[in-house]
Design a protein around this ligand. Sequence first.
Ligand code: AMP
Length: 281
Amino acid sequence: MRVIRNVKKMQAISRSLKRGGRSIGLVPTMGALHEGHVSLIRASVKDNDITIVSIFVNPIQFGPSEDFNQYPRPVSQDEALCRKAGVDFIFQPSASGMYPPGFKTYVDVRELGDVLCGAFRPGHFRGVTTIVAKLFNACSPDCAYFGQKDAQQAIILKRMAKDLNFPILIKVMPIVREKSGLALSSRNTYLSENSKRDALVLSGSLKLARELVRKGARSPALVIKRMGNMINSKKPAKIDYISIVDNEHLKPVKKIQGACLIAVAARFGKTRLIDNITVRP
Ligand code: AMP
């Protein structure tokens, strides 16, 4: 496994691998790797000749009052995990390498980036799409792996790849959870034991939603209300949103039918957590 820190070098390596007929899988991450990331890496290692994991805490996707500085950066632990998982290259550029002085170009997927998390984190998805486009150009993958954990991100990136004609297959892998139901996230390390217990209410509310839909509930308002009541029963939880939307355009559905994404975001103290499920009544 090699660690590459320079964009031009990564580009030269990936292009030469492609010329040699090797398929490349890319797993973009911000590091602080956990089993959720590992599931993406495993899929890439299985599907491709070469796997590149990018580790980059992308400053432009954090708002001014967000956790860019505190974001965990356990570099040697991440390297060991990648080596063990069979990664060929870690691409770990510097912020000044990715955004040198004079940088002016952004990728903005309109509308999809303004709803759900986008409404609470202005500019976040523009930061995500910009960095992922740059990672695509640096690594020339055949296939890129993302997690359903960030469902909105995956939908936006699929749109971007299509709209900008990136010849890259976007694969979205299922959410990996703790036994308790809590979706794995690098931000879980911010949670105290108590907050972690409280945060279980998010996956709990999604289970409740699934159960209500299974029993015949078709009204989004009713399901959202029941989920809201459950989450609010935990005092420290502050709901940002609970939404039931279609899987492509992220528009609120009038009736629960076909595949619907039920997505929730809430804050526990300073930690903002998200979770979702897809229901198909
Ligand atoms: P991050 O490092 O948080 O930017 O995440 C990098 C990738 O890992 C994204 O595509 C995430 O959706 C994915 N990911 C994060 N947590 C999980 C999880 N619990 N299960 C599956 N994928 C995940």
